[in-house]
Design a protein around this ligand. Structure first.
Ligand code: SAH
Length: 224
């Protein structure tokens, strides 16, 4: 599903910086044209507070309040590339909606996306952003992502955009047994490894993608 509306927003400068961002992603090895096209056409500035929107097309993570960040475009592109090139994508679960940027990107390349967030005001903001972009194949829930979303399982892919110290076993259990993938950063605050685990029956094949830095996955409590 494509975002139909052209929310070009902040003028010519933004058009040029948007092209520059695409160049940077290519340089860093993102080469799936579908992913690059979606990043090009998804307005990242609407996900940010006005005071930061002029930086929306820089390849950096930026604050969105509540001690959280909008992910760096490179990492969004990279994780999306892994999802769409590793198998079926009818049902994809995202853990850590934040303001919904990655949800918006994924929604244009997969059939259904389910996204969960522990901070209610962020989830409300994400819902508004995706409505604005006329995204209709995303569902949201306010809950602890370390437990997944059992009612909607099994998933063809699960991506976590916050890092646990150890992989939550419930997420592995909610993968489609025939090739479901879990893409997840694992490790402490300073440094984590982005991993991709593929489920084949009761076996899990693990691959390390690269070193990354995400906010921690906070297990246990949700926040109103
Ligand atoms: N996907 C977002 C990234 C947001 S940052 C983007 O596209 O920019 C990661 C998010 O994970 C934060 O909003 C944080 O609140 C959320 N998070 C952390 N621990 C969580 C948990 N246990 N359950 C659900 N969400 C969690």
């Amino acid at each position: 599903m494509r975002i139909s509306q052209n929310l070009s927003g902040i003028g010519m400068t933004s058009q040029r910086t948007r092209e520059r961002l695409l160049g940077r992603l290519l340089e860093q090895g993102i080469n799936d044209m579908r992913v690059l096209d979606v990043i090009r056409s998804t307005p990242r500035h609407i996900f940010l507070d006005e005071a930061l929107s002029h930086r929306a097309y820089e390849d950096v993570a930026l604050p969105i309040g509540y001690n959280q960040t909008i992910s760096q475009p490179y990492i969004v592109a990279r994780m999306t590339e892994v999802i769409v090139n590793s198998g079926p994508t009818d049902k994809v679960l995202e853990i850590g909606t934040g303001c919904g940027y990655q949800t918006a990107v994924i929604s244009q390349l997969v059939k259904n996306v389910y996204s969960i967030e522990r901070i209610r005001p962020l989830l409300d903001r994400a819902r508004r952003n995706l409505r604005l972009l006329r995204v209709r194949n995303a569902e949201f829930s306010h809950r602890d992502g370390s437990l997944g979303w059992d009612e909607k399982a099994p998933f063809d892919a699960i991506i976590a955009t916050a890092a646990p110290q150890k992989i939550p076993p419930e997420l592995l259990r909610q993968l489609n047994p025939e090739g479901g993938r879990l893409i997840i950063p694992v490790g402490g605050e300073d440094k984590q490894e982005l991993k991709c685990l593929t489920r084949l029956g009761e076996e899990y094949r693990e691959k390390t993608i690269e070193s990354v830095r995400f906010v921690p996955l906070l297990v246990g409590q949700i926040q109103d």
